[in-house]
Write a protein that binds this ligand. Structure first.
Ligand code: FAD
Ligand code: SF4
Length: 454
């Protein structure tokens, strides 16, 4: 896919990938073999009729194509951009055997963008309005999709969000240059058009308890509160000035727009040399954000280049933009100047030995191999965990050993009228995984409410 020029990319938060033009989309769609038993559909967790929507694109019937996608996915413009398609639908495309698979995600994105640019709106059929009130807690992809699925089934849905804006990680985590907020807004408008009531600045467990909401007549709850509490390295110096968790750094940039200071009143203090610890999608987002703030940026990773878990596309983009890499390094301590500001990070050199269960080689730090990386900012992006205060939100609920919410095969928790899905159930996963779980949970929640189950 075409991208904006490199020089512009380094300085602005504009979306990097430009998307297909009409002719490009039709040409790509015409490459589809329209297989009798399309394997790509099985590769998509929500089983979009990929063959069907691509056929419509090939015929230039974009309105029909987006209608087909929306039958299964309420967030097509988001998924077309952020799904790891190379490991999902595209991985299953038979054309992989002959060369390049169909760019299914790019085609999904194209029709979703076409719908927005042409101010079209796909209106799903809403079932007859029912009396039951449903409370959805958390407005990331899991909460948004559960809300839309239940609203389509006729239930009265209220979506509660602790922050002042809706979208969860789609809003405060994934940066503008990968997922522009106007795209997200349009998806949210669609959810609202299904008569979902949205209440922001509402922290369930604090603004009101779940028990209080129950007394207000909510019959069923869906917990989609994500798992955004940061993990730290547990080394000396992590409390110094200008050490950030990825979460804090991205929230300050994406949600509070600190890069637009003084237009927005929330500056962020970072120096000139930034080290990002980790090499997943989140680390790459942090690195590319810092780069756009004009900083020299290093990804510091304990394994080698081949083992980096981020998407290939993101790694490629980061390299092009000028992110630098320090591989095979285990941070030992962060050091400071006399004012408590970061001055550098001491690392040990690693050696990769046998493979672990994921097939990646395990790094072993070599004693006596310390080296110093001079930095004035450290961003720790080594993963997240569930909010430890979860028991305050739902006191009676059963959790796993790691603090995630336990659900059965129906996505029902140990409290029968509370269902859950997304990262708070499966740990840090993907947007499409959150959508899949929300759809399944909605299916069973309806059965529960109609007393056909359990
Ligand atoms: P979240 O998106 O975390 O949303 C949870 C919401 O619940 C939040 O808005 C939170 O404020 C709210 N909440 C929490 N507690 C309460 C409460 N008590 N009351 C009310 N509201 C509450 N996945 C991909 O597929 N592709 C990517 O490219 C990708 N990139 C990523 C980049 C970053 C920086 C991050 C952090 C994640 C990325 N992911 C990506 C992962 C993906 O975003 C998550 O798996 C997904 O957002 C999980 O959705 P969710 O609905 O479970 O939770
Ligand atoms: Fe592929 Fe994701 Fe779209 Fe499914 S939702 S077709 S996996 S890009």
């Amino acid at each position: 896919m075409r991208k904006i020029p490199l020089e512009e990319r380094r300085k602005t938060f504009k979306e990097v990938a430009l998307g297909f033009k009409k002719e490009e989309a039709i040409k790509e769609a015409k490459r589809c073999l329209q297989c009798k038993t399309p394997s790509c559909i099985k590769g998509c967790p929500v089983e979009i009729d990929i063959k069907g929507f691509i056929k419509f694109i090939a015929q230039g019937k974009f309105g029909e194509a987006i209608k087909k996608i929306r039958e299964k996915n309420s967030l097509p413009a988001v998924c077309g951009r952020v799904c790891p398609q190379e490991n999902l639908c595209q991985k299953s495309c038979v054309l992989n055997k002959k060369g390049a698979p169909i760019k299914i995600g790019c085609l999904e994105r194209f029709v979703a963008d076409w719908e927005r640019k042409n101010k079209k709106r796909t209106k799903p059929k809403l079932k007859k309005r029912r009396k039951e009130k449903i409370a959805v807690i958390g407005s990331g992809p899991a909460g948004l999709v559960f809300s839309s699925e239940m609203a389509k089934r006729g239930f009265r849905v209220t979506l509660f969000e602790a922050l002042h804006k809706v979208g969860g990680v789609l809003r405060y985590g994934i940066p503008e240059f990968r997922l522009p907020k106007k795209i997200l807004e349009r998806e949210i408008e669609y959810i609202k058009s299904l008569k979902v009531e949205i209440r922001t600045d509402f922290f369930v467990g604090k603004t009101k308890t779940l028990e209080e909401l129950k007394k207000e007549g909510f019959k069923l709850f869906f917990l989609a509160i994500g798992a955004g509490s940061p993990k730290f390295l547990g080394i000396e110096g992590e409390n110094l000035n200008q050490v950030y968790s990825a979460n804090e750094f991205l929230v300050r940039i994406n949600l509070m727009k600190s890069y637009l200071f003084p237009r927005y009143h929330t500056p962020i203090k970072i120096g000139e040399k930034v080290g990002v610890i980790g090499a997943g999608n989140v680390a790459f987002d942090c690195a590319r954000v810092a780069l756009r703030l004009g900083k020299e940026v290093f990804i510091i990773y304990r394994r080698g280049e081949e083992e980096m878990p981020a998407r290939k596309e993101e790694i490629e983009n980061a390299k092009e933009e000028g992110v630098k890499f320090i591989f095979l390094a285990t941070p030992r301590k962060i050091i400071s100047d006399e004012k408590g500001n970061v001055k550098g990070i001491v690392c040990l050199k690693n050696e990769l030995r046998e493979k672990d269960s994921t097939g990646r080689r395990i790094p072993y730090p070599l004693e006596g191999s310390e080296f110093l990386v001079e930095l004035d900012t450290v961003i720790v992006a080594i993963g997240t965990k569930p909010n430890p205060l979860i028991k305050k939100i739902v006191p009676d609920i059963e959790l796993t050993e790691d603090g995630y919410i336990k659900v059965n095969e129906y996505f029902q928790t140990s409290v029968p009228y509370i269902f859950a899905g997304g990262d708070i159930v499966s740990g840090n996963a993907t947007v499409i995984n959150a959508i899949y779980q929300a759809k399944k949970a909605a299916f069973f929640a309806e059965k529960f409410l109609k007393k056909c189950m359990m």
